[in-house]
Design a protein around this ligand. Structure first.
Ligand SMILES: NC(=O)c1ccc[n+]([C@@H]2O[C@H](COP(=O)([O-])OP(=O)(O)OC[C@H]3O[C@@H](n4cnc5c(N)ncnc54)[C@H](O)[C@@H]3O)[C@@H](O)[C@H]2O)c1
Length: 320
């Protein structure tokens, strides 16, 4: 099997590549190094994969490039490329979201339909499709009502996956990730920002009252679920992936303080538009049909993230 990982230089995509390579699979990675965060970080994410003979890197933009030569040579696609982030999705930035989330996904599916309709696509969807739901824990049957422009684009791309499956039989599976964390977490995400600030003795900004809850999911568990979704007979399926570690933001800060061994200096600001109050995944479907079982506890996963962050900051001369 040859696998394509789109967004291969990102937080999640780079770790899918490495897991596949560790299992002796052949991998083509595709990324355009968007500047949403420092592309140097992305190049570092990709460094280990680039050392492997069974890895080929294609630098290209899904929203523009001729995808045919790539699709012709693969059997399965992990589609993680996209424009993440709830807060930046308002205003003029929305064009980036429609381009990298909707248009890029449509072009990928269209090329598969035309070139190799049997290629399986495992799509990185998001809990943001649910919006501010009252149904907690939330199952896949809840009516999706995104609360941010980002969520609307992730849902639109998920619908595209469904309709290419329904009309043309493209074997697509959508995985709705609930806040992913762990080594290489994007620098715009809360745990990354908090860890860096506490290590550098700077204050952290908590938005709202800090009582908002999230179902945090360790990146290694997300990677394992992607691999199962590529192997099990679940074409056309949609699955929640949560870590089973739902906790308030302030509760998570307390765990970080314990791991780092320092107290956080907390400043408060009003919550951002588009941020939902609570997320909590019902993962019954993923457990029964994908064999999904989160293996890493929040405390253990945060230890791994803190260790990675310390090393990265030292290497960048930002921590003595
Ligand atoms: N991290 C999370 O908590 C989370 C939660 C839910 C869903 N997701 C989804 O998972 C996916 C991966 O997220 P991440 O946190 O690893 O983000 P990331 O930004 O680290 O990785 C995304 C990668 O996609 C690349 N990319 C963007 N547009 C592209 C294009 N047009 N062509 C080629 N490459 C392109 C970027 O350069 C980047 O390297 C995204 O689709 C995101 O919406 C992430």
């Amino acid at each position: 099997m040859t696998y394509l990982v789109t967004g291969c230089a990102g937080f999640i995509g780079s770790q899918i590549c490495e897991r596949l390579l560790s299992q002796n699979e052949t991998v083509i990675g595709l990324d355009v190094f968007t500047d949403y965060y420092n592309p140097e970080r992305k190049r570092k994410n990709l460094a280990a994969a680039l050392k492997q003979d069974r890895f080929q890197f294609v630098e290209g933009d899904l929203a523009e490039m001729d995808l045919r030569p790539v699709i012709e040579s693969v059997d399965c696609v992990f589609h993680t490329a996209g424009q993440p982030g709830v807060r930046g999705s308002w205003g003029s930035q929305f064009d980036l979201y429609t381009r990298n989330n909707i248009r890029a996904t449509q072009r990928l599916l269209e090329c598969i339909k035309e070139t190799r309709p049997g290629v399986r696509v495992v799509y990185s969807s998001s809990s943001s499709v649910y919006g501010n739901t009252n149904q907690l824990p939330t199952s896949e049957t809840a009516v999706p009502r995104p609360y941010s422009p980002y969520g609307a684009t992730k849902l639109a791309a998920e619908h595209l996956c469904n309709l290419y499956h329904a009309n043309y039989g493209v074997p697509v599976v959508s995985l709705r990730y609930f806040t992913v964390y762990g080594p290489r977490q994007r620098p715009d995400m809360a745990f990354n920002i908090f860890t860096k600030a506490i290590l550098q003795d700077r204050p952290i900004t908590v938005l709202g009252d800090g009582g908002q809850t999230r179902d945090f999911t360790f990146v290694g568990d997300i990677v394992a679920a992607n691999l199962s979704a590529s192997q099990k007979p679940v074409e056309g399926g949609i699955f929640n992936l949560g870590g089973g570690s739902r906790i308030s933001l302030m509760g998570a800060v307390e765990i970080l303080e314990k791991i780092i061994g320092k107290s956080a200096r907390i400043e408060r600001k009003e919550r951002n538009k588009g941020d939902v109050r609570d997320t909590w995944a019902d993962t019954t479907q993923a457990q029964t049909r994908l064999g999904y079982k989160p293996a890493v506890s929040l405390e253990e996963g945060l230890r791994q993230q803190v260790a990675w962050e310390e090393e990265a900051l030292r290497a960048e001369g930002e921590l003595s």
